[in-house]
Design a protein around this ligand. Structure first.
Ligand code: PLP
Length: 430
């Protein structure tokens, strides 16, 4: 086994980390184990994972049932191309997903990451319109403040002023409406929807599909918005036969308190992207669900088939984990657990609203966001993480947490105390 020093030395020499510099990288922590809500470092320190390792580890790290599912499948076969073959894990997962999804989303295309799922969804929208003979409808519409991933096709759908703004020259230009501003629990104002109506009226002939993150705009906005927005958008897309795509990569699988965020609005999209929590965060996999209506139109179009096929599509290990993850949701009261996390976040973070440096505190389901005037430096955060034992990684103006649903009462108290320390600015690097 390598020592922590050896790992760090090789890491420093060869490995590029996400959103980081290779010459002056931020410090990284070598991990040796992870279980439940805790990540153990090489020096024996354990950290409570307040971020579910980027939204995905909903049932906790190293869930024995997920590990066992991957192990069992690996004894049979690890990978097989999905063109010309199929297998039990894929068909079972497709069935479970179809049962859980809103509306008639019962046709499933597997991909390998959230970004690729978004790319596939946009391609489905375009192929659908081509199949309907609408050759000019080749672009997507969306809202500002969105985040859909880091591949070029997905970046082109993200907020143009957001984290991928450097790459505007590389990207296809899509159409952007203003971002939703009505709060999830506030009063819906018709003006909030005016810019979408205007956009669609003007560009109807060029728009294949409309994509957005339902209810919660994540990495580029960290904001929960009103469900009426989605109901109005559903009606508008119906009127113009625009393919409505919900990107549920972050919100899916119970994160906001409903199994899918679409349920808050009581509407179903035509296409839905899922990823992250699909395998309980144990292994990468994503899926694009659509309806028979869209799938049939694409399949009867001039190409006669959907033109996408990733190498690791429907990877058997990942699908086996996905099946067990969806079964796990039926075996414990995840909604109750999310409800308890929500109440505790609300109660524990509410006092922060009175601080002058806190602009807002927002909580829905198992997601809490504290919007601050400014954040501590990365070095201060690292010291805070070490001193509180809570893994937080704020960015922009947001200090946020979305813990695994299995987080224990004391661990959640620890997360809330750590967030309060950062927000109060009372952390002094002890
Ligand atoms: N869509 C949303 C809403 C996301 O939050 C993310 C990732 O954070 C993605 C897509 C991209 O997923 P991935 O990182 O798996 O490519």
């Amino acid at each position: 086994m390598m020592s922590a020093e050896a790992i760090l030395a090789l890491d420093r020499k060869h490995v590029w980390h996400p959103y980081d510099s290779m010459t002056n990288p931020v410090p990284v922590n070598p991990v040796v184990r992870a279980e439940g809500c805790r990540i153990t470092l090489a020096d024996g320190t354990t950290l409570v994972d307040a971020l579910s390792s980027w939204w995905c580890v909903c049932h906790g790290h190293n869930h024995p049932a997920l590990t066992e599912a991957i192990r069992r499948q690996s004894e049979k076969f690890n990978q097989v191309m999905f063109a010309g073959f199929t297998h039990e894990p894929a068909v079972r997962l497709a069935e479970l997903l179809s049962e859980a999804a809103p509306g008639d989303l019962d046709r499933v295309f597997f991909a390998d990451s959230g970004s690729v799922a978004v790319e596939c969804a946009a391609k489905m929208a375009v192929q659908y319109q081509l199949a309907r003979g609408r050759r000019s409808r080749t672009r997507m519409a969306t809202v500002r403040g969105g985040y859909h991933g880091d591949t070029a096709g997905a970046m082109a759908l993200c907020d143009p002023e957001g984290m991928n703004r450097l790459f505007s020259g590389l990207l296809v230009q899509h159409f952007f409406a203003e971002k939703p501003t009505c709060r999830f629990d506030g009063v819906f104002a018709e003006e909030d929807f005016a810019s979408i109506e205007e956009l669609i009226r003007q560009r109807e002939g060029e728009i294949a599909g409309f994509i957005l993150e339902p209810i919660f705009q994540g990495a580029n906005a960290m904001n929960f918005y009103h469900p009426e927005y989605l109901r109005k958008l559903r009606a508008l897309c119906d009127r113009y036969d625009i393919v409505l795509v919900f990107d549920e990569v972050a919100t899916g699988f119970g994160r906001l308190g409903k199994f899918f965020a679409a349920e808050f609005a009581g509407v179903a999209p035509d296409v839905m992207c899922v990823g992250k929590g699909l395998t309980g965060g144990s292994i990468t996999l994503s899926a694009v669900l659509t309806t028979g209506r869209i799938a049939d139109a694409i399949s009867r179009g001039e190409e006669g088939r959907f033109m996408h096929g990733p190498t690791f599509m429907a990877n058997p290990l990942a699908c086996a984990a996905g099946v067990v993850s969806l079964e796990l949701f039926k075996q414990y009261d995840w909604a109750g657990a999310v409800g308890r996390i929500e109440s505790k976040f609300r109660e524990g973070l509410a006092p922060l609203r009175n601080l002058p440096q806190v602009k807002d505190v927002r909580v829905l389901g198992a997601v809490a966001v504290v919007e601050l005037e400014s954040l501590p430096t990365y070095e201060e955060m690292q010291r805070m993480v070490r001193s509180t034992g809570v893994w937080l990684r704020p960015f922009g103006h947001w200090l946020y947490s979305m813990p695994p649903f299995v987080i224990q009462e004391e661990e959640l108290s620890q997360v809330i105390s750590a967030m309060r320390l950062v927000a109060e600015g009372s952390f002094r690097g002890k």
